[in-house]
Design a protein around this ligand. Structure first.
Ligand SMILES: [Zn+2]
Length: 177
């Protein structure tokens, strides 16, 4: 295995042989795929990787040379960071900067910990809301909470996309800009 020390770049997008986005791996892992002819580089990142025998442009997007069949997780994992990312780091009630997670229908009253019942919220709204429902306070949600969907979410999760990957992922325009 070559001794490759990445100098820049945090990850590389891996495409299936069919150009379908699969996952994000470390730049080092992507370089090893290319050097072992398991993948070809589709888009370079910035900088060069050096090993004893090779100098290779940092891969930003690689495509597998053989098609792999991948079983997809149908659900995006529910995590704090994923909830913040889905909600754009904004409070679902006042649209201010979010710093907490709120259960729309309170957990103390049987509300579930599920994508459909969690939103990002600022500390003030969360504290004011307490054990009440939005309806009881006369508050309205800007949109119904739901599990995130789409290729970008499946591949990236809460990871910030590299602009070089935009051509392969159905990124929302605001994120691709
Ligand atoms: Zn708020």
């Amino acid at each position: 295995m070559p001794d490759i020390r990445p100098t820049v770049g945090s990850g590389a997008l891996v495409l299936n042989a069919s150009y379908e986005p699969l996952c994000v791996v470390s730049v080092r892992r992507a370089a090893i795929l290319v050097l072992s002819a398991k993948a070809v580089c589709v888009a370079d990142g910035e900088g060069v990787l050096h090993s004893a025998r090779h100098a290779l442009p940092v891969p930003s997007v690689v495509r597998l040379t053989r098609f792999v069949r991948v079983p997809y997780r149908s659900h995006v994992g529910l995590s704090r960071r994923a909830i913040f990312a889905r909600d754009g780091w904004r409070c679902a009630y006042c649209r201010g900067p979010a710093e907490t997670i709120d259960h729309v229908f309170p957990r103390s009253r049987g509300g579930g910990h599920a994508w459909e019942n969690v939103v990002a919220a600022c500390a003030k709204c969360n504290h004011t809301k307490g054990d009440k429902t939005p309806a009881e306070l006369g508050w309205r949600l800007h949109s119904a909470p739901a599990a995130p969907k789409g290729t970008a979410w499946r591949v990236l999760g809460h990871r910030a996309p590299d602009p070089r990957w935009a051509g392969w992922l159905d990124l929302p325009e605001t994120e691709a800009a």
